[in-house]
Design a protein around this ligand. Structure first.
Ligand code: 4AD
Ligand code: MG
Length: 482
């Protein structure tokens, strides 16, 4: 008999037909009722075992976590909670699961415990819901861009450049670390290395993306990105996935609009196609919030929050305007910020971003025109503006409730001389990026792009609170297990 997936059975309800289902036992009650799940949906299928005609040995092996195959007739269910069930005439154990040894238990377990057992956490309802939603969001992103005529470009994972100029890179080498070759002046001789030069894992596909955009028009990347920043937070990973669209002939306004449209599109997609999983995740969040003091609980449920973001315009303001708000804010005046906002020019911390979004505007916020000094070399330099103390660039960051920065982007500096000047000021070696500068030498054009942190998007949509719980095998300082 051909196996039918549980999602299909629940969708089509082919009552009266003979079916074979396979999955893992979520519960076994009264020596008779198996709640079976095969991952195709968050919903379990009830399999009713004919216990009088099933041998004791098999019955005793139907345990939480065991893999089983059952064949029988699909009938309308007499019991509450499900419309159909399988009246099984045979049950076969595919893989035993000894409850004394299986680390998972059929009860709520802490996320910390599950993180330590990340190789098994797919088996829990919460993580299955997270990873189905993650998949749907990835698909929605591809669909959004494909429907708008963007091309998906694969940028290299191993590079010789530092796209962000922040020096937070993982080195890639085949040199023997115990016997490093040295040059005459005593430095490591990377000409002896695999690529004949020093290389690292990419921190961003943007620079290569710009090469493609200035020929193909509108492109995006979607790949793994690596940052050796020592940030032990609930929003940072050393290995994360980033979506980076890059568009010729877009200015900052066009860029912001695209980002806002994209975020709303994928949130709408999740609400439409991940309803069952979002329900599980919403209930999980309600449980989690019960352990918090009343004033720290969110006013909206997960789906209310998603709808709210989808239905409201994001607030747009400049960095300079934001600094004024923050300087005069109650937490700043009362010394409640860990990093007091002293004045124009300081980088915003996540507590400041979250104040703007969660307390002041109560909406997603797009901040623009940041000081040049705190942003990357490739951002377009703004004309001086009255009331703005120093030079700014056409940057934009999108800030989300509970997350802080979810998107970072800018219009790019397309003017060759300006770009080279900025690189010199920031000590970025020109000869290493000569290929990048060529876009500005030959047919340069205004263009813009941004980066969306995929895991931060999943955090927001699933209502999970730690980024390590939305990627299957998280990499962070001190941890690269599995
Ligand atoms: O702001 P970032 O560093 O910008 C760039 O890399 C640009 N090259 C993007 C572009 O314009 N094409 O990173 C972009 C986004 C952030 O807004 C954040 O969502 C996410 O990537 N991100 C991280 N996510 C998880 N862990 C980290 N360590 C992250 N660093 C950045
Ligand atoms: Mg950023």
């Amino acid at each position: 008999m051909k196996r039918i997936k549980i999602a299909e059975i629940l969708r089509t309800e082919p009552v009266g037909t003979e079916v074979t289902v396979k999955g893992w036992v979520k519960a076994f009650r009264n020596n008779q009722f198996i709640a079976l799940n095969d991952g195709s949906t968050s919903n379990n299928l009830q399999v009713v075992v004919d216990f009088e005609n099933t041998d004791e040995q098999t019955l005793s092996r139907i345990k939480f976590g065991a893999a089983v195959s059952a064949t029988g007739t699909l009938i309308e269910s007499q019991g509450k909670g499900q419309k159909v069930e399988v009246k099984a005439n045979s049950v076969e154990i595919l893989g035993d699961c000894n409850p004394d040894e299986f680390p998972l238990q059929p009860k709520r377990q802490t996320l910390e415990f599950l993180r330590e057992n990340a190789h098994l956490r797919f088996r829990t309802n919460t993580f299955a819901a997270v990873f189905r939603t993650r998949h749907a969001l990835a698909y929605a992103i591809h669909k959004f861009f494909n429907d708008r005529g963007f091309y998906y470009i694969h940028t290299p994972v191993i590079t010789a450049s530092d796209a962000e100029g922040a020096g937070e890179m993982f080195r890639v080498t085949t040199l023997d670390l115990d016997k490093l070759p040295r040059t005459e002046s005593g430095e490591i001789d990377f000409s002896k290395d695999f690529f004949g030069r020093s290389t690292n894992l990419t921190v961003s596909g943007q620079l290569e993306g710009e090469l493609a955009a200035t020929a193909l028009g509108e492109i995006y990347t979607f790949g793994p990105t690596f940052r050796a920043e020592n940030s032990n937070t609930t929003r940072h990973l050393a290995e994360f996935w980033m979506i980076e669209p890059e568009m010729a002939f877009y200015d900052l306004q066009d860029n912001m609009q695209l980002a806002e449209d994209m975020l709303k599109y994928v949130i709408r997609y999740a609400l439409e196609y991940c309803a069952d999983d979002l329900k599980i995740l919403e209930e999980r969040l309600i449980e989690e919030e019960k352990s918090k003091p009343q004033d720290q609980r969110s006013e909206m449920t997960l789906t209310e929050k998603l709808r709210f973001v989808m239905e409201n315009e994001f607030v747009r303001l400049t960095y300079t305007e934001a600094i004024d708000i923050l300087k005069n804010s109650t937490p700043n005046k009362k010394g409640k910020f860990q990093f007091p906002v002293e004045g124009w020019g300081t980088d915003l911390q996540s507590e400041h971003e979250r104040f703007l979004v969660e307390k002041h505007f109560k909406k997603p916020v797009i901040l623009t025109n940041y000081p040049a000094a705190i942003k990357a070399f490739y951002m377009r330099q703004d004309d001086p503006k009255e009331g703005v103390p120093g030079p700014t660039v056409s940057a934009m960051d999108i800030l989300f409730p509970g997350i802080g920065e979810i998107v970072g982007g800018s219009q790019r500096e397309e003017r060759y001389d300006r770009l080279v000047n900025r690189m010199q000021e920031m000590h970025i070696p020109e000869q290493e990026l000569s290929w990048y500068l060529d876009t500005r030498r030959f047919g340069s054009c205004p263009h813009a792009g941004f980066g969306l942190g995929f895991e931060r998007l999943i955090l927001f949509v699933t209502g999970m609170t730690n980024i390590r719980d939305v990627i299957a095998f998280p990499r962070y300082p001190g941890s690269a297990e599995f």
